[in-house]
Design a protein around this ligand. Structure first.
Ligand SMILES: C[S@@+](CC[C@H](N)C(=O)[O-])C[C@H]1O[C@@H](n2cnc3c(N)ncnc32)[C@H](O)[C@@H]1O
Length: 261
């Protein structure tokens, strides 16, 4: 399903015309509303990446949602992840991976699950936390390539987007959920995951520090563990002494590669 510019115009117009027919006077702000939403749609390549149920239909390297400067209502189709968690999620004890997360109800494919929340660190600081790296999530530009490649593997048919030049920008960022976080910190890795991580911007414009939003990539039945692919590179994770660290993967998938890193 495709959403063009016209759909957004209609969507905002529908809201505006209701108000307009009640107030019976021109509304300058409404024109601005339309323009703002159209700008947000343009930033997404002219499409709304979500359907009317708020499920993602166009995974992208980066999704722009409407933000605080847009005058559209909270129900705008370009405000999904910022509305927060919709499903009743449960933290449960797994057999071999300590705590994990599952949903009490079924989840339709493309649904937003939760954000990976934590302390925002520059990579240099994250590297200093080498001995305590269980909850680190590498984000931003450096992550985009891996994300896009991962998504195209997981979602055949997804067009790889043209990467934007970032003018040699090298600062990378990491989210550390070790001390501060939400339920996202308990979601385990699987080699056959049912979630994937999507970069989203809505409350600022800095592409180096997008929100990391987890979405369902399948219809997920109730009580099935929620997992995403951590995308570690094998033999690239090192301890404080520079030695290669190895961690066995216990995801239990028939496609398991045997190691997390
Ligand atoms: C972000 S935490 C996930 C939640 C964690 N299970 C807990 O109880 O807090 C990541 C850590 O969970 C464990 N883990 C996650 N997925 C795993 C897997 N497939 N196999 C083995 N350990 C896993 C590893 O220790 C990993 O460093």
């Amino acid at each position: 399903m495709s959403f063009g510019m016209g759909v957004v115009e209609n969507m905002v117009n529908t809201e505006s015309s209701k108000v307009s027919s009640l107030s019976k006077k021109p509304n300058v702000v409404k024109t601005k509303e339309r323009r703002n939403c159209a700008l947000c749609v343009a930033k997404n390549g002219g499409e709304i990446p979500y359907n009317y149920d708020g499920n993602i239909v166009y995974p992208k390297s980066l999704i722009y949602e409407c933000g605080p400067l847009c005058k559209c209502p909270p129900a705008c189709y370009l405000r999904v992840t910022q509305r927060g968690i919709r499903f009743k999620l449960e933290i449960f004890k797994t057999e071999s991976r300590d705590w994990g997360v599952r949903s009490l109800s079924s989840i339709p494919s493309g649904s937003f699950i939760c954000e990976y929340v934590g302390e925002l660190l520059e990579d240099k600081e994250a590297e200093r936390r080498t001995g305590n790296d269980e909850y680190l999530f590498d984000i931003g530009n450096k992550y985009d390539n891996t994300l896009a490649e991962g998504m195209s593997k997981l979602m055949p048919g997804l067009e790889k987007e043209k990467e934007e030049e970032d003018g040699g920008e090298t600062t990378g960022f990491t989210v550390d959920a070790a001390k501060k976080g939400n339920i996202g910190r308990f979601i385990n890795h699987s080699c056959s995951p049912n979630l994937y991580a999507q970069n989203v911007l809505y409350d600022h414009e800095d592409k180096r520090i997008p929100h990391v939003m987890l979405f369902a990539m399948d219809n997920i039945p109730p009580l099935q563990e929620l997992t995403y692919h951590y995308n570690y590179m094998i033999d690239q994770v090192r301890d404080v002494n520079g030695n290669i660290k190895k961690k066995i993967c216990y995801c239990g998938s028939s496609e398991c590669t045997g190691r997390l890193y």
